[in-house]
Design a protein around this ligand. Structure first.
Ligand code: CAA
Length: 388
């Protein structure tokens, strides 16, 4: 980050996040990766550093930051550990629906605890048979007196096992497609709400990705997001528009972290009597890795600035930055493994963890195939003279 391009507060935020990442996250990243354990000590440190609610408005106890501020923090965390980066960012994904569409009462009820780091929140959109086709979900919410009864199963719920609140999307008006979906805020101790299978994952292993089972799970009317039915799908899409740069920032952090390792290792590693970094072929690889990472960061920060400026058309840029940055992360982390040679393929060095952590960024919050579809649809609409 070039300090002249950012506010003093943003640079301070970056430094605070970097310090926490280096002193608290990096030392325990390998351990939590191997054991697949949630880093509660990291969660406590984030809370103590006052970084839990960077994106939450000040009136609800947050720092009142925008998507760019969120991206700055997520990149620093992910540079040390991709799992810890997403473990943090998923709270923005889960709480954006409340910030964007919640009633005043819902904001007052839930945001302060998230901002203070006393509550974690997840985002329950996907199901076993409803991934890219998010509108085809079957989880059902039926009106029952002064509340709603939810039945169904959510899948790929990142952070769901540790979250005290989950934004759950469910069909309230069958047959209406996307317009029949509504969103509910469901607290973890609600009878009928149960955390199911924990996935055994390739990467981001410190953050639990789980199934959520809903069996006659009754929530009051006050938990219907925005107090109105039928807006859930749009709420989810608007949320993803704001959250995808966070995944992109996670990817930039992973690329930067892998590049840092590669620069150090190729300098120290001697072959043919000299540092391997003295060979031109290696230098070209390092130059490409650094250039691609910088280009990805520039696009992510540009997209975040456009969103923070309140622009109306953000869908395309949000998808573009996610697409570009996550593909860069996959390439750069794979190149880092290559530069480590045989050591890169082994767990003695953290290079392989960056590659494993990077893979999911091309998949979650919409696969990169879906990002291309979203981008193409926007392009074609623009070409036809319409606006987003
Ligand atoms: N903003 C506002 N409204 C939007 C919108 C947006 N970005 N995108 C779509 N909509 C609206 C449309 O205007 C339309 O509204 P009307 O009914 O009023 O016309 C409605 O939503 C339906 O839109 P589409 O017809 O375009 O919907 P579709 O069924 O063709 O699907 C899709 C579009 C882009 C493929 C969408 O389903 C999608 O984004 N899929 C990927 C889902 C995804 O990202 N899942 C990841 C979940 S989170 C996760 O990964 C787990 C985790 O815990 C991290």
């Amino acid at each position: 980050m070039i300090k002249e391009l950012y506010t003093a507060q943003q640079m301070e935020l970056r430094d605070r996040a970097r310090d926490l990442a280096e002193t608290v996250m990096r030392p325990v990243a390998a351990l939590h990766d191997v054991e697949q354990t949630y880093p509660w000590e990291v969660q406590k440190a984030i809370k103590a550093a006052g970084l839990s609610g960077v994106w939450i408005p000040k009136e609800y106890g947050g720092l009142g930051g925008g998507v760019l501020d969120l991206c700055i923090v997520v990149e620093e965390f992910s540079r040390a550990c991709g799992g810890m980066g997403v473990g943090y960012a998923v709270n923005a994904l889960g709480s954006f629906p409340i910030i964007i569409s919640g009633t005043a009462e819902q904001k007052q009820r839930w945001l302060p605890a998230i901002a203070a780091g006393d509550a974690l929140i997840a985002f329950g959109l996907s199901e076993k048979e409803s991934g890219s086709d998010a509108g085809s979900m079957t989880t059902r919410a039926e009106k029952d007196g002064d509340g709603w009864v939810l039945n169904g199963e959510k899948k790929w719920n990142t952070g769901g096992a540790v979250a005290s609140l989950n934004t759950i999307f469910a069909v309230t008006q069958p047959g209406r497609g996307a317009r029949g979906i509504s969103a509910f805020l469901v607290e973890k101790d609600t009878p009928g709400y149960r955390v199911g299978k924990h996935e055994d994952k390739l990467g981001i292993r410190c953050v639990p990705v789980v199934e959520i089972h809903l069996q006659n799970c009754r929530v009051p009317e006050a938990n219907l997001l925005g107090g109105a039915e039928g807006h859930g799908f749009k709420h989810a899409m608007i949320t993803l528009d704001r959250a995808r740069p966070g995944v992109a920032a996670q990817a930039v952090g992973l690329a930067q972290g892998a590049l840092d390792l590669a620069l150090q290792y190729t300098h120290e590693r001697k072959q043919f009597g000299q540092s391997v970094s003295s060979f031109q072929g290696i230098q070209w690889m390092l130059a490409d890795m650094a250039s691609q990472t910088e280009a990805a960061r520039a696009l992510v920060h540009y997209a975040a600035r456009v969103i923070d400026a309140g622009a109306k058309q953000i869908t395309k840029l949000s998808a573009m930055c996610k697409l570009v940055a996550t593909d860069v992360a996959m390439k750069v982390t794979t190149d880092a493994v290559q530069l480590f040679g045989g050591y890169g393929y082994c767990k003695d060095f953290p290079a392989e963890k960056y590659m494993r952590d990077a893979k999911i960024t091309q998949i979650y919050e919409g696969t990169n195939q879906i990002q291309r579809l979203v981008i193409a649809r926007s392009l074609l609409r623009e070409a036809a003279g319409a606006t987003d």
